[in-house]
Design a binder for this molecule. Structure first.
Ligand SMILES: *[C@@H]1O[C@H](CO)[C@@H](O)[C@H](O)[C@H]1NC(C)=O
Ligand SMILES: *[C@@H]1O[C@H](CO)[C@@H](O)[C@H](O)[C@H]1NC(C)=O
Ligand SMILES: *[C@@H]1O[C@H](CO)[C@@H](O)[C@H](O)[C@H]1NC(C)=O
Ligand SMILES: *[C@@H]1O[C@H](CO)[C@@H](O)[C@H](O)[C@H]1NC(C)=O
Ligand SMILES: *[C@@H]1O[C@H](CO)[C@@H](O)[C@H](O)[C@H]1NC(C)=O
Ligand SMILES: *[C@@H]1O[C@H](CO)[C@@H](O)[C@H](O)[C@H]1NC(C)=O
Ligand SMILES: *[C@@H]1O[C@H](CO)[C@@H](O)[C@H](O)[C@H]1NC(C)=O
Ligand SMILES: *[C@@H]1O[C@H](CO)[C@@H](O)[C@H](O)[C@H]1NC(C)=O
Ligand SMILES: *[C@@H]1O[C@H](CO)[C@@H](O)[C@H](O)[C@H]1NC(C)=O
Length: 572
């Protein structure tokens, strides 16, 4: 009997706990409720089931936020403390008995999700997508007051509020753009890493307000976005037109990761089918988003087909994320200490425009504009436009290519080394492999040997010529490789050259470092490297004679251990 009633009590209490931690029929969440990413209860849903608050997966862990249920993917509309690291599956969300909404991490830290001094009596995930805390009679906190990248119907963006784009559609940390509701009544979009000045703005609602009160961006139930001014009539910014067959439609306006502010409608055809429509875009051309391509790169293409390219003389900071900008791939010291102008070439790019704050403006002819940059150590690029020559120093930002722009930009670049054309092409095509250009170098040796043999020994009796040539090929190849996109594991590319690096790998018995991707026979690699190292000795006496090189290459001669090669600074 006692056992039975004990069981009954246990079941009742389980039921009671379940009932208390689930929202009731009015969507009310009681104190003492909690969520965990790995339990069945990882979110609190709105009564309609269209919105949920709780844990969603982010990276290798979880973030806390609000999402719109969707097929195939949910749409995250709000994230708490979005720049915090994702938490592990051991974290829990509590609406504590003390009336606080907090996130408890596995280290035992407690972070406030709702930073509010009042004590909550209950919470609710509303059908509007707003998560609110009540003190019993009034709302004391609501997610609608802390927008991230999205506003929903009924939510306002008021003076000093802003939307900040997400990093990407799967990473909801703060991204590269923001949309500010300014004191002057203008809603303006800027890149995040800018001062937010008018030169940085790439889109604006062009609505203004004299008195600084009451102006806000308001989203009504028809899916219309208004700029609501106190004195004048509201200005319609954007409207939705998709009919959705009279079914439930959820609207949202998001500053997307690409910097464009868009109005979406989500049409809930039935439980399993939901269609998403872009109702309005603030901009139609991706390249109109200033800073979409970061420093020292420019945007090209139309509509959504945008691409970022580095200016001549620059290389991608991160080749896998081309919008992340480019760096000058010529050492800073390059210009100083040399006779200015001599070490550079000029590459012209037409129809380019970028932010125009030249340090110098000259009345030069087009032909002299590039030359003037060439002779000026400060100058990285000269822009010839409207019969004026403007000189700039990197970094250059907000670059884009526009066929309607009649401008010519002259970029100062390091001259490409005049390596034999064949080897250069092959180097470019070779996949990060050192082996190939070693082979090419030796290919040149054997080729030269043929030449030598045929045109009799007398002509090129002097070995120095050949060694110079060979050494040149190898170090040019090395320089080219280290400076270009081919990334080798060398910490300071400018202070290493290929022969000394190859020697270090050889001495350390780590020749595999030289050939990252290729399947090669180790013994022939070792032989080649040894011969290569012998051939590029600084001291001519240490170099083998050509006859021996050929014998070594054939494998019929022993190869002595090459002496060390000291690293030297690459000088242009
Ligand atoms: C999201 O992006 C930020 C900024 O690029 C980065 O620091 C963070 O690690 C990313 N988070 C995840 C989960 O990938
Ligand atoms: C849904 O999410 C997955 C994983 O993040 C992604 O690969 C896929 O493209 C998404 N689908 C849509 C329609 O966004
Ligand atoms: C989660 O907690 C359990 C029990 O405290 C622990 O054994 C486990 O290592 C934790 N997992 C992580 C990923 O921290
Ligand atoms: C909570 O808000 C107060 C005042 O608005 C602020 O000083 C404090 O830093 C905030 N705390 C957290 C954890 O965000
Ligand atoms: C709830 O907050 C409102 C406004 O701050 C206040 O007027 C009311 O007295 C509070 N109610 C309770 C039960 O604390
Ligand atoms: C937004 O503004 C409207 C009036 O402009 C107001 O009725 C509504 O309560 C506001 N919404 C929020 C969430 O503050
Ligand atoms: C939607 O509803 C309105 C009024 O209820 C009706 O006039 C209209 O024909 C309906 N449209 C569709 C596509 O069903
Ligand atoms: C939901 O709507 C889609 C498209 O309108 C349709 O193909 C599908 O059969 C519908 N599913 C259900 C369960 O009604
Ligand atoms: C260039 O100008 C033409 C005619 O004015 C226009 O149709 C076209 O869209 C413009 N192209 C760009 C890239 O702005």
């Amino acid at each position: 009997m006692a056992v039975v009633s004990g069981l009954l009590l246990l079941m009742l209490s389980i039921l009671f706990v379940e009932a208390r931690t689930q929202p009731n029929q009015f969507g009310e969440i009681h104190l003492g409720s909690q969520l965990s990413p790995i339990s069945n209860l990882h979110s609190w849903q709105s009564p309609s089931g269209n919105f949920a608050f709780g844990f969603y997966s982010q990276g290798n862990g979880f973030a806390v936020g609000i999402w719109m249920m969707g097929q195939p993917n949910n749409t995250v509309v709000w994230t708490a403390n979005r720049d915090d690291e994702p938490v592990s599956f051991n974290a829990t969300i509590h609406l504590s008995e003390e009336g606080k909404l907090l996130l408890r991490t596995e280290q035992g830290n407690e972070n406030l999700i709702a930073n509010v001094s009042e004590i909550a009596a209950s919470a609710s995930m509303l059908d509007s997508g707003n998560f609110v805390l009540y003190n019993g009679s009034s709302v004391i906190w609501q997610s609608f007051d802390y927008p991230t990248d999205t506003i929903l119907v009924g939510q306002n963006l008021t003076y000093s509020d802003k939307l900040v784009s997400s990093v990407s559609s799967s990473n909801h940390s703060s991204g590269r753009f923001f949309l500010a509701m300014q004191a002057d009544g203008n809603l303006v979009a800027y890149p995040t890493n800018s001062a937010g000045l008018s030169v940085d703005a790439y889109w604006a609602s062009n609505t203004y307000q004299d008195s600084k009160k009451g102006l806000s961006l308001y989203f009504n139930h028809q899916g219309f976005l208004f700029m609501d001014t106190v004195s004048k009539k509201p200005v319609l910014l954007a409207r939705s037109s998709y009919s959705c067959n009279n079914k439930t439609t959820i609207f949202r306006a998001t500053l997307d990761a690409d910097g464009i502010f868009r109005l979406y409608s989500h049409c809930l055809e039935n439980k399993t089918s939901r269609s998403v429509h872009i109702e309005w875009s603030a901009l139609n051309n991706q390249c109109d988003v200033q800073g979409f391509c970061d420093f020292n790169s420019y945007c090209s293409g139309m509509g959504a087909n945008a691409d970022c390219s580095c200016y001549p003389g620059f290389a991608f900071n991160d080749p896998s994320e081309k919008f992340s900008g480019c760096y000058k791939n010529v050492p800073k010291s390059f210009c100083t200490g040399t006779k200015e102008g001599q070490m550079y070439d000029v590459i012209t790019v037409e129809n380019i425009l970028f932010e125009r704050y030249p340090y110098s403006v000259l009345d030069e002819k087009k032909e002299n504009c590039g030359l003037s940059c060439l002779e000026d150590c400060l100058c990285d690029v000269a822009l010839y436009k409207n019969e004026r020559c403007e000189k700039y120093t990197a970094p250059i930002r907000y670059g884009k290519k526009d066929i309607n722009e009649s401008s010519i930009a002259f970029f100062k670049v390091k001259p490409t080394p005049a390596a034999p054309p064949m080897s250069l092409t092959i180097i470019i095509e070779s996949k990060k492999s050192l082996l190939l250009f070693l082979a090419i170098a030796f290919g040149s040796v054997t080729f030269l040997c043929f030449v030598i043999a045929i045109s009799t020994f007398c002509v090129y009796r002097d070995r120095a010529y050949l060694y110079e040539k060979l050494s040149g090929i190898i170090s040019l190849a090395g320089e080219f490789t280290l400076r270009s996109s081919i990334k080798v594991d060398v910490s300071t590319p400018d202070e290493m050259n290929l022969p000394s690096w190859a020697y270090q790998c050889f001495a350390a018995g780590q020749l595999d470092k030289l050939v990252k991707d290729e399947d090669i026979e180790f013994e022939s690699l070792e032989r080649m490297v040894k011969i290569g190292l012998l051939c590029v000795q600084h001291d001519p006496a240490s170099r083998p004679c050509i006859k021996n090189v050929i014998l070594m290459l054939e494998g019929s001669d022993d190869i002595p251990a090459p002496p060390a090669i000291a690293p030297f600074r690459i000088t242009a």
